[in-house]
Design a protein around this ligand. Sequence first.
Ligand code: NAD
Length: 453
Amino acid sequence: MDYISVFNAQKEFVRSGRTSDTAFRKGILIRLRDLLKSNEGKLYDAVYEDFRKSGFDTYATELSMIYGEINFFLKNLDRIARPRRCRTNLANMPGKFRIHNDPLGSVLIIGAWNYPYQLTLLPAIDAIAAGNACILKPSELPSGTMHLVAGLINENFAPDILYVAEGGVPETTELLKICFDKIFFTGSPKVGRIVYEAAASNMVPVTLELGGKSPVIVTASADLETAAKRITWGKFLNAGQTCVAPDYLLVEDSVEDELLGLIRKRLDESSYSDGSDNYVRIINKKNFDRILGLIDPGKIYCGGRSDEKTLYIEPTVMTGVGWDDKVMGEEIFGPVLPVIPFSSLEDVLDRMSHMEKPLSAYIFSNDKSEIKMFLDRISFGGGCVNDVVMHLVNENVPFGGVGNSGTGNYHGKYGFDCFSHKKTVFKKSLHFEPDMKYPPYTGGKLAWIKRLM
Ligand code: NAD
């Protein structure tokens, strides 16, 4: 099917007003939920085949969030979508102000590969809830999941509301030529720039969900056992191929040895060996080689083994790392944790405040002044105190980056807003109106207007 025809059909469908009805939108969401539920087995198999992600991981990090988002809208959509009354200011009295939530039209959603279901379907749910039609372009790298999602959706939904376009760079380049009403992109800052430029040439608004190097800081006041447990889990979840995973670890030098020992212990207990279903594989040979190229064999504290045949890279912790090392030069997006010790939290925060704004940042500390300093000095998309990754898993709060890590946000009500236009409408009373604003203007009118406005 050619993209322009789908886009035109979607525009026409939204124009027809069918999607204005929240019952219609909820009907689509229920159908999507039922479709996914009745095909859960296939969804698990496809992603396992693509990069050995287990059923537990797929449910916990993808399907549960998709179902949670749908349930959120089934419960809250009528309230959220209703026009909101606002106070009328003195100059406009008597009259009523309302903010209406208008669908944008046909939106393009481009996904990244690392959480292949969630990263395309979650924004699609938000877009549908806001009354839009969408074309989804999942990542082509996990090809099994891409084919499965395309097959399920294109066979079960009319293309004028939801359509999956399969393909890679050439297909995305074609799609980017279309004058969509919005583009929602998840991926790397490098491709984000390409998308942003293409969108700008058509004056298309964008939300960019990008990546970058997300730090985790552990100070001497922290509960080290908890820090080791949570950091090890968050870093090596999905084999480090998670946008909000801690990219590198900054630890106060007085507790470095103890923390490293605890991380090694957690790794031993976690069963992340080759052959284990607790641990996923690297998505492809290109990324496998890139990640191995970041490991300096002389700085391996633990891990470092790999298998080219299975695309397995053992969780690897590196010590003695400097800020200028290769591993600190780019987003790692793999199971490698460089550790840099520090003696002054203030100095380390100062350095970070001069770096690109990360998608996430984390601190483990039991000292309120340290936590305050961290929150006040560093700008980042979102993060946690004494945890990692979990700030993402709550549909009541916005998720998104800032600066180089993205622009805009989504999830729940914020996702609805991301795909809506806030249309202010003023309904003026016909009964009474002081005629101050109409000419002829007199000195007396000027005095009144100064008092009123
Ligand atoms: P990517 O930027 O390579 O690809 C993302 C999408 O863009 C894919 O669908 C791909 O087909 C398309 N694409 C790739 N090159 C293109 C080009 N030249 N022109 C047009 N389209 C193109 O990203 P990825 O490798 O799939 O994902 C990894 C990156 O995504 C990491 O930086 C990670 O941090 C980030 N990410 C961010 C989030 C978030 O929510 N902020 C979530 C997951 C991943």
